[in-house]
Design a protein around this ligand. Structure first.
Ligand SMILES: [Zn+2]
Length: 387
């Protein structure tokens, strides 16, 4: 190795470190997997206080099944906005690139008339129950500890948006067509709780409940895209057909809301728990992790493409905020203010990790390169000029 090659290697090493560091800078909690929890004692998921680090024992504790009769610690005493409504819709396994004007005209029109992020980030592992747990608790997977993706007895031990709603007499409905999601809403947690096996049946149940009752919080789930993805492959013709079918089912429910005159007071939060590739999903790759995120309703900007980093736990935060319910349970979620009509960006709205990356990680290669060049010139002057 010549004396000239050492500074060059230093430059390459520093540049490569910063390149690798750029990922944790922007997505620290996205890279944490169950296998790496013990290796990341200082990595706090977004919103978790540094003084209460997530540990393996917390996670093991969270896996304990809670009987549905057990009283949870739910925030109380808040004035709710009696005219606001929220409907959360989850298209299981929906990839953003499956949405087009032809394949999903309802979603397409909601994107056009609302705010949209085509690359919201599902939590890792990008699978159904963990990500829906994040949607309904407002907690990252490392916080709620639900890593399993099977039908489990009891219910999640953390409070959900349904617990907060019930505590404040906000009527709610839970309509899903995958049995394992029953873990997130036990009997009695919501005023309506339906777990059926078909997109059309569950959509009809939901539509009738909305038509005949004064529901203010609705969670609706369509499992068909995921099922077709596993059977035939993501973006295959059968998969796309199920996307279209679920899209049409959503249209029927929106029509009922229009007929009832409650559509204009309803905030729609539409997303997915994960994407998929080939006939599977669950990996930290864009095809599996990127999901669509649509906000549409009162106060939401029309035709806006969101740049904010969005996660499933933001669903609970947005829903509770819009219903003017206490948001303390959703400590890893945040309201996406960029979607609000009157949003005007300030430096405070810039993501802290992004700011960190731009202001610290960004200039680092240039700093070290300059320092290395100056050092090299100094050495040359010392050893070459004097010779
Ligand atoms: Zn699946």
């Amino acid at each position: 190795m010549t004396r000239h090659s050492l500074p060059l290697l230093m430059v390459l090493f520093v540049a490569s470190c910063c390149e690798q560091n750029s990922v944790p800078c922007t997505l620290p909690h996205q890279l944490a997997t169950a296998a790496s929890i013990d290796a990341l004692p200082d990595e706090s998921p977004r919103g978790v206080e540094p003084n209460s680090p997530v540990t393996s024992s917390t996670i093991v504790g969270s896996m304990a099944f809670v009987p549905s009769t057990q009283k949870l610690d739910v925030p109380t005493s808040a004035q709710t906005n009696a005219t606001s409504r929220v409907m959360i819709v989850s298209f299981d396994g929906l990839r953003p690139d499956a949405i087009s004007e032809a394949s999903a005209p309802t979603l397409w029109s909601l994107i056009e008339s609302g705010s949209y992020q085509p690359a919201a980030l599902a939590e890792i592992p990008a699978v159904t129950l963990p990500n829906h747990s994040s949607m309904l608790t407002g907690l990252a997977i490392l916080s709620h500890g639900v890593f399993i993706n099977v039908t489990a007895p009891g219910r999640i031990e953390h409070p959900t948006v349904f617990d907060v709603s019930r505590e404040h007499s906000v009527s709610s409905g839970f309509f899903v067509n995958k049995g394992k999601l029953g873990y997130l809403c036990a009997d009695g947690d919501a005023d309506f709780r339906r777990i059926k096996g078909d997109v059309d049946v569950i959509a009809d149940e939901c539509a009738v409940a909305i038509r005949d009752n004064d529901l203010r919080l609705v969670f609706l789930h369509f499992g068909e895209p995921d099922g077709a993805g596993h059977a035939h492959g993501w973006l295959s013709d059968p998969y796309m057909a199920q996307v279209t079918r679920a899209d049409a089912a959503l249209r029927r429910i929106l029509d009922v809301m229009d007929d009832r005159g409650i559509r204009e007071e309803t905030l729609l939060i539409i997303t997915a728990d994960h994407g998929g590739h080939d006939k599977t999903h669950g990996f930290p790759i864009p095809d599996d992790q990127h999901v669509p995120f649509i906000l549409n309703g009162p106060g939401i900007a029309e035709g806006r493409r969101l740049t904010t980093e969005i996660h499933p736990m933001d669903v609970a935060a947005i829903a509770l905020a819009y219903l003017e319910l206490p948001m303390t349970i959703a400590r890893d979620g945040r309201v996406i203010v960029e979607a609000q009509i009157d949003f005007s960006p300030t430096v405070d709205d810039i993501d802290e990790p992004a700011l960190l990356f731009t202001s610290i990680c960004g200039p680092m290669p240039w700093f070290f390169m300059t320092a290395t060049l100056v050092g090299t010139l100094g050495l040359r002057r010392k050893f070459v000029v004097r010779r």
